[in-house]
Write a protein that binds this ligand. Structure first.
Ligand code: AQP
Length: 342
């Protein structure tokens, strides 16, 4: 008799997260997710997998040559942020075919009704005459990304929590039907899980043109920051501000020192500091963090072969682990001829 399937025991918790190469890497992506990835890489306490999810990036209109260029740009950006490929597994999703294979299998344990409740689909399909099936099934592919590596921790921004909850539900459904193959993944939120766009209306998003790019020229960055939306009720310099509703204060909390954050709070609520001065100070905090990253980014651009090698090595390791999982999944679902059924 075949032994019951068990989720493989892992020596260290396994972490997986991804980012789409859909546009300019912005401070929302960084503060919401990637800075946490880099901290985990530095700590080396977990088994870390990070991927550039290019198959997610084709769910809305795109230009192939541009996508290809953005994959490489994103890879360089991530490494510059501290996602060191020598200390984690960094790879491109479509280099590991098992992601799309598992996504199809998981689509067959995912009810239509669950997908139609996803707010990201509603937002992204709104106003589009022809939303694509891929955009609708995007969360299924995201579940496959996570489950393929049997990750137990998924660092994400707040916008991805609903998709992660779906992945957890998918694990329960799958394991109940086919045996205990997958562990339930838990989200890990950063200290800044939701950065609003410069317009103050919606979350900062690559596709919305409301971003502050992490690697854009300092002058461009500052000009955008200077014009960013703050507390709408603060019409005059003498009006006290409300840090709780101000996106600039959220940025302060993410990049300024605790003393500076406290002082900002006091001076804003008592109208001792105006919004432009507040932005100048947060700009100094950004400079402290971003100047070294920009220098590292320029250095990485000098060595494209190293990046190519690193992504190749990362994909090879990811494929090995992904295939181990699939070798359990296929027979458990009664698929193929490669292994005896459980
Ligand atoms: N504004 C944000 N605040 C905090 N975290 C954010 N993230 C994205 N925007 C914010 C987090 O960044 C990670 C990578 O995101 P993604 O590229 O996979 O997809 P996304 O969430 O759809 O990001 P964008 O920028 O909004 O891309 P587009 O416009 O292409 O859809 C995720 O962990 C996300 O939570």
């Amino acid at each position: 008799m075949t032994a019951p399937l068990q989720a493989s025991p892992q020596a260290q918790p396994r972490v997986l997260s991804g980012i789409q190469p859909t546009g300019e890497f912005h401070i929302g992506n960084w503060l919401g997710a990637v800075r946490t990835w880099a901290q985990q890489v530095a700590a080396q306490a977990e088994d870390l997998f990070f991927c550039i999810v290019d198959a997610h990036a084709i769910t809305t209109e795109y230009i192939p040559a541009e996508l290809h260029r953005r994959i490489w740009t994103m890879a360089g950006d991530l490494v510059a942020c501290g996602v060191d490929p020598d200390r984690c597994t960094l790879f491109v999703q479509s280099d590991v075919r098992q992601h799309t294979e598992l996504a199809w299998y998981l689509a067959n344990v995912t009810p239509l009704g669950d997908l139609s409740r996803m707010t990201q689909f509603k937002e992204k399909s709104e106003g589009r005459e022809h939303a694509l099936v891929g955009l609708f099934t995007y969360p299924v592919l995201m579940s496959a990304d996570i489950l393929l590596y049997r990750a137990t921790v998924v660092p994400v921004g707040e916008d991805q929590l609903q998709h992660l909850e779906l992945a957890r539900e998918t694990v329960r459904r799958f394991n109940h039907r086919f045996g205990p193959i997958f562990p339930e993944p838990q989200p890990r939120l950063s200290q800044a899980p939701r950065i609003m766009g410069l317009d103050g209306q919606t979350k900062m998003s690559k596709s919305k043109g409301n971003t502050l790019g992490l690697f854009e020229e300092r002058d461009v960055f500052w000009n955008k920051l200077r014009g960013a939306f703050t507390d709408p009720q603060r019409l005059r310099r003498s009006d006290p501000g409300r840090p709780g509703v101000c996106n600039i204060f959220t940025m302060h909390k993410a990049v300024s020192t605790p003393d500076e954050v406290e002082l900002t709070y006091t001076e804003c609520t008592t109208a001792q500091r105006g919004c432009v001065d507040c932005k100048k100070i947060v700009m100094e905090s950004f400079d402290r963090e971003l100047v070294p990253l920009r220098a590292r980014r320029a250095e990485i651009a000098q060595h494209p072969d190293r990046l190519r090698q690193a992504l190749g090595d990362g994909a090879e390791k990811a494929r090995r682990i992904a295939e181990e999982t699939m070798r359990e999944v296929r027979p458990a679902m009664g698929l193929g001829t490669g292994a005896p059924a459980p």
